[in-house]
Ligand binder design. Structure first.
Ligand code: NAP
Length: 246
């Protein structure tokens, strides 16, 4: 389904990003597996892709750093001649109540989750405009739709990502480039694993389908949005959350 497509997945060393990278590669895309610090994990993602018969390479850069991100993306286009699918998945949390939240914790989350996506989209959109084709998929969150106590910084970044998605979708639609967001609910990854058990139990009670999601649930939605089947869908937010945000 995605043969000959070049895909970049940010934050693909583990969790949701890893599942997305593997799923895109299984559909035939060549996947650039981005990571920031977890080299071993990124190499494991590559191993899983290769074991599944896919092709990929890992690439280390911090999406919050504009210059490093631009250099890396330039390298991808020079090497492979195109960039067809961009998945902005890299994300961090620095949870805490707003009253006690430091500027550093607010800015760090905005820098990675929102500004990082701005950096990659700005580069990718220029390349995709030349190609007159492309798919951009941003991984937002239910926290960006319904908010979450203790996550003012994270919710703001994920709501911002939805605005960025819609504005970019309008700017790029005339060139057959679609831009959509996927908003995961509560998914089993390292990010949620470190939450206290009481928080996890309470979160599960708010999920109509009654259980946490798996990274693969998000990957399925991303593969669909990256495919020709979704060619007439742009500017949308697809919630994959067991019904949390309905
Ligand atoms: P995770 O297991 O903590 O993985 C985060 C990934 O992002 C890692 O691969 C990490 O790579 C990468 N990353 C972090 N900072 C980066 C940076 N500055 N530059 C490049 N890569 C960076 O998280 P996850 O649960 O899979 O979450 C993935 C995405 O889904 C995030 O955007 C998150 O906000 C969103 N999401 C998750 C859930 C959930 O319940 N898990 C719910 C809603 C939305 P390194 O380790 O190499 O730094």
């Amino acid at each position: 389904m995605l043969q000959d497509k070049i895909a970049l997945v940010t934050g693909a060393s583990k969790g949701i990003g890893r599942a997305i990278a593997v799923a895109l590669a299984k559909e035939g895309a060549y996947v650039v597996v981005n990571y920031n610090g977890s080299k071993e994990h990124a190499l494991n993602t590559c191993k899983l892709i290769e074991e599944a018969g896919g092709a990929c390479e890992s690439m280390c850069f911090n999406v919050a750093e504009e210059e490093a991100t631009m250099e890396a993306m330039k390298t991808i286009v020079e090497k492979y001649g195109s960039l067809d699918i961009l998945v902005n998945n890299a994300g961090i949390t620095r949870d805490g109540l707003l009253m006690r939240m430091s500027d550093d914790d607010f800015e760090a989350v905005l820098d990675v989750n929102l500004k990082g996506a701005f950096h990659t989209i700005r580069f990718a959109s220029k390349q995709m405009l030349k190609q007159r084709n492309g798919r951009i998929i941003n991984i937002s969150s239910v926290s960006g739709i319904i908010g979450n106590a203790g996550q003012a910084n994270y919710s703001a970044s994920k709501a911002g990502l939805i605005g960025l998605t819609k504005a970019t979708a309008r700017e790029l639609a005339s060139r057959r480039i679609t831009v959509n967001a996927v908003a995961p609910g509560f998914i089993e990854t390292d990010m949620t694993d470190r939450l206290p058990d009481a928080v996890k139990e309470n979160a599960c009670k708010q999920i109509p389908l009654g259980k946490m999601g798996r990274p693969e649930d998000i990957a399925e939605a991303v593969v669909f949005l990256a495919s020709d089947k979704a060619a007439y869908i742009t500017g949308q937010v697809l919630c994959v959350d067991g019904g949390m945000a309905m």
